[in-house]
Design a protein around this ligand. Structure first.
Ligand code: G16
Length: 501
């Protein structure tokens, strides 16, 4: 380790005194002006992870759904997955080390993880469109350089694109070509083939209005449009030419406010969707003829995808095990429908793609979605091999078509994997601290029919999240406010006291 280089660069990226941050739900997230040292140190850490795994590691600079003033960083492991949990701990330690301890923390990580210092390191970097992202990704590069790693800066890319690029690099192109163009080619081909196989008469509506949250999704969709059929008429809104990132628009806004984003014009029954700031979430919606808003969130997407896959599997006659993974935010009726009507096993994990991804790997086909629109489908290696084999075999035409559709689904899906006073258990569905809070929530829930509620500290924003569902919108709103008040009283709330409606 070149201690001089580390010290020289460290001085340029000094840690503000007393600042403590944690590698949260999706990496580090906070105000952009507090993150310079974290970026530099994550550049250092990425080099160590790359040396240890003898693979390319990704670093994405983004704060996704958070406001424009925030930023964040997450590391991407060799197969395009989220960073391994033990390395999240190293990340937190390194980010919080005082200047004079940085060397010691690096040495400790090398020791504990048996990092071979002689090994070469390769890091690939991407960023979203936030004004702060370019400078912060330069700080990552400084960290990589200080430890003698090589890097390729892909500049502006979506989070799913960077996950794809990491996976391609580490499978020697087997997963796809390690370029942004390769991403468009692979996904658009699978999409075009699958839609040809699915739509029988060609008259189905192909128009889609897209709210790009004033983020990177707009730029990348404009590039990808050239690879998609012209009949698929895409109409982009909030494309970043004006308006602030995620402000009154984007997937998170639409999901949490259950209404149209600002800046989109919608006629009855027109299909619409929203991305978030780094384009790794999607929710669909439409207004009916009476002007009522209908949301197709992650819960519904998971249900539709599972039904579609189940039908295809029935057609090919393969007994592959499908499972669905959700979080506590999943609407109770979606879980009930999946389990009771579709007879698909459903599992609940903590919030965070990394937790759902891990659980989904236990199935031949694991469908996972968070209600907020993050998700994908994982095919086990065995399932993938079987499907690709069936698609090639001479057999019943209907069966082969179903196998080919499944094969296209595989290619289309990019499988790449102080609020702290509140402590939770049971996949974040019950609060164990502060004392009395869970009992208070239980009593409130009893007042309403078909109701459920829980609270948890966010891992991306400095807030406590409150979830409530009940038999009507009005009751769900009332329950949410009552639970918020309980949190305010029992967990030492700050700011404006929640008002009962
Ligand atoms: C991130 C995570 C998601 C999580 C969301 C909210 O999303 O990737 O898995 O659902 O944060 O997390 P929390 O409730 O802990 O703040 P994104 O789109 O911001 O990267």
């Amino acid at each position: 380790m070149d201690l001089n280089a580390i010290t020289k660069f460290s001085a340029l990226h000094a840690k503000p005194d007393g600042l403590i941050l944690q590698y949260g739900t999706a990496g580090f997230r906070t105000k952009a002006n507090c993150l310079d040292h974290v970026m530099y140190r994550m550049g250092l850490l990425a080099v160590l992870r790359s040396k240890q795994t003898k693979s390319t590691i990704g670093v994405m600079v983004t704060a996704s759904h958070n406001p424009e003033e925030d930023n964040g960083v997450k590391l991407i492991d060799p197969l395009g997955e989220m960073l391994a949990p033990s390395w999240e701990e190293h990340a937190t330690c390194l980010a919080n080390a005082e200047e004079q301890n940085v060397h010691a923390v690096l040495a400790e990580i090398c020791h504990r993880e048996a990092v071979n210092q002689q090994q070469k390191a390769m890091i690939i970097i991407g960023r979203d469109t936030r004004p702060s992202s370019e400078k912060l990704s330069q700080s990552v590069i400084d960290g990589v350089t200080a430890l003698g790693g090589q890097y390729h800066d892909y500049g502006l890319v979506t989070t799913p694109q960077l996950h794809y690029l990491v996976c391609c690099q580490n499978t020697n192109g087997q997963y796809g070509k390690a370029t942004v163009e390769g991403y468009y080619q692979k996904l658009s081909k699978a999409f075009v083939d699958l839609t040809k196989q699915t739509f029988s008469n060609g008259n189905e509506s192909r128009a889609l209005k897209i709210d790009c949250a004033s983020g990177i999704g707009a730029l990348k969709l404009k590039e990808m449009e050239h690879y998609l059929p012209r009949e698929l008429s895409l109409h982009l809104f909030n494309d970043g030419s004006k308006g602030k990132l995620n402000h009154l628009c984007g997937a998170d806004f639409v999901k949490s406010h259950q209404k149209l984003p600002l800046g989109i014009e919608v006629k009855p029954n027109e299909r619409c969707c929203s991305f978030d700031g780094d384009a790794d979430r999607i929710v669909y919606y439409y207004n009916d003829a009476a002007g009522h808003f209908h949301l197709i969130d992650g819960d519904k997407i998971a249900t539709l995808i599972s039904s579609f896959l189940k039908e295809l599997l029935l057609e090919v006659g393969e007994n592959l095990k499908i499972g669905v993974v959700q979080t506590a935010y999943a609407n109770g009726s979606s879980t009930q429908y999946l389990e009771e009507i579709m007879k698909v096993p459903v599992h609940c994990t903590k919030t965070g793609v990394k937790h759902l991804h891990h659980k989904a790997q236990e199935f031949d086909i694991g469908v996972y979605f968070e209600a907020n629109g993050h998700g994908t489908v994982l095919f086990s290696k065995t399932a993938e091999t079987k499907i690709r084999q069936l698609a090639k075999e001479e057999m019943d035409e209907k069966k082969r078509k179903a196998a080919m559709m499944l094969e296209n689904v595989i290619d289309l899906i990019n499988q790449v994997a102080d609020r702290q006073v509140i402590d939770t258990t049971d996949a974040e569905r019950r609060a164990v601290r502060p004392v009395g809070l869970q009992e208070a929530i239980d009593d409130l829930v009893k007042k309403y029919r078909s109701s459920r509620a829980f609270v948890r500290p966010s891992g991306t924003e400095d807030v406590v999240r409150v979830y409530a569902e009940a038999d009507s919108q009005e009751n769900a709103d009332k329950l949410a406010t009552e639970v918020s008040l309980a949190v305010f009283q029992l967990a030492g709330g700050v700011g404006e006291r929640p008002k009962l409606v």
